[in-house]
Design a binder for this molecule. Structure first.
Ligand SMILES: C[S@@+](CC[C@H](N)C(=O)[O-])C[C@H]1O[C@@H](n2cnc3c(N)ncnc32)[C@H](O)[C@@H]1O
Ligand code: SF4
Length: 342
């Protein structure tokens, strides 16, 4: 079969999935008993060294601060009877603050599960060999600016030189050790103050010899919880003018989500979020822990995933009955990857 035909079939199936899957699973929720989560979103820590204004983790979260222990992680993985596609250590907070992170990644790798980590890079230079030894599959590093002044408009507390030097050190050590992994992606959230520097950022990604740079659209509330006033303030201050990178549009003078193209939240069908203390929440925007469905220290993840409580909430989300989903930026992500290395 030609590549073109394969691509067309994939497109048709994807469109059909987004059109019908929400309805199917909301009418037949028991189907999910046979489909455990493909991705585990694991919160290594809900603390951070930076203070990004639209991030609920550092500005709002009412949850206790902490780091997941290896013991809790082991209970999670030993308790699952299927093989998730990947573990994503990118819920709230900075994962590299957790000194047991690489032990967890190694343990997951031992079970054949790949790990992805999202980091602001501030603590990266201190753990490069450990990171490379862990077998981590992919590292996404925050890189939404081209100078100290530019990047710290949003990444408050970021030291740009520390970031640059950590990326250089990582890429050089990976090459010296002749390793192909992890894939290293820079992550550039397009905002008002950096939208004119997209080309320069691509040049810098090439100079830094990373694998790719991802351009993401900004969310005005990373996590549920900011009130209307705070969201509008973030919108005014940070949303870019570039239409192609806007999840929002102005309706009657207020920034609101553009109509959703997905039609439903795919996340509730595919991801389970496990917080540092073992709590399981339905949604990777639930940084404040308002939608916790159980705890893996009391009950295995699959049992929580198929519980009536989880199924009822999942159904309400799929039917768009949950008020907190109304303004969720996650429903409309815009993502563009520029590969800079073969
Ligand atoms: C809460 S952060 C935690 C990981 C890490 N501390 C970091 O910032 O990369 C999870 C993801 O949200 C992204 N993020 C932060 N602020 C954002 C915003 N306003 N819009 C979209 N994504 C954002 C981060 O770049 C990261 O990929
Ligand atoms: S977005 Fe990431 S780096 Fe910024 S404050 Fe939140 S957790 Fe920290």
């Amino acid at each position: 079969m030609s590549r073109r035909l394969q691509g067309s079939i994939k497109n048709i199936l994807t469109r059909a999935y987004f059109k019908y899957a929400g309805h199917i699973f909301s009418l037949l929720p028991w189907l999910l008993n046979f489909i455990p989560p493909r991705t585990l979103v694991v919160e290594a820590s809900n603390m951070c060294v930076l203070n990004c204004p639209a991030c609920t983790t550092v500005n709002l979260s009412k949850r206790a601060k902490g780091k997941m222990s290896f013991d809790v992680f082991k209970i999670l993985l030993d308790g699952i009877d299927w093989k998730p596609k990947q573990i994503n250590f990118s819920f709230a907070g900075e994962p590299l603050l957790n000194h047991e992170l690489f032990k967890m990644i190694r343990y997951a790798k031992g079970k054949g599960i790949d790990s992805v980590v999202e980091t602001n890079g501030m603590l990266l230079s201190g753990c490069i060999d450990e990171l490379l030894d862990s077998g981590i599959y992919k590292l996404n590093i925050a890189f939404d600016g081209i100078s100290q002044e530019n990047i710290s408009k949003y990444r408050r507390g970021m030291d740009f030189n520390v970031l640059l030097s950590a990326i250089r050190q990582l890429v050089a050590t990976r090459a010296r050790r002749n390793l192909q992994k992890p894939k290293v992606h820079l992550q550039f959230i397009v905002m008002k103050h950096n939208q004119d520097y997209i080309d320069r950022a691509i040049e810098m990604a090439k100079e830094l010899e990373v694998d790719a740079i991802d351009f993401k659209s900004m969310i005005i509330s990373v996590g549920l919880g900011f009130d209307r006033e705070a969201r509008q303030k973030h919108a005014l201050e940070y949303l870019p003018d570039l239409e192609e990178f806007l999840r929002y549009k102005q309706i009657e003078g207020e920034w609101q989500l553009k109509e959703t193209y997905r039609g439903f939240c795919t996340q509730v069908l595919s991801d389970a979020v496990i917080m540092w203390n073992g709590d399981v929440t339905v949604c990777s925007m639930d940084v404040q822990g308002d939608l916790v469905m159980g705890n893996i220290l009391k009950s295995p993840l699959r049992k929580i995933w198929v519980s009536n409580k989880y199924s009822d909430l999942r159904q309400r989300i799929l039917r768009r009955q949950l008020e907190s989903c109304r303004d969720c930026g996650y429903l409309l992500g815009i993502f563009k990857t520029v590969k800079v290395r073969n």
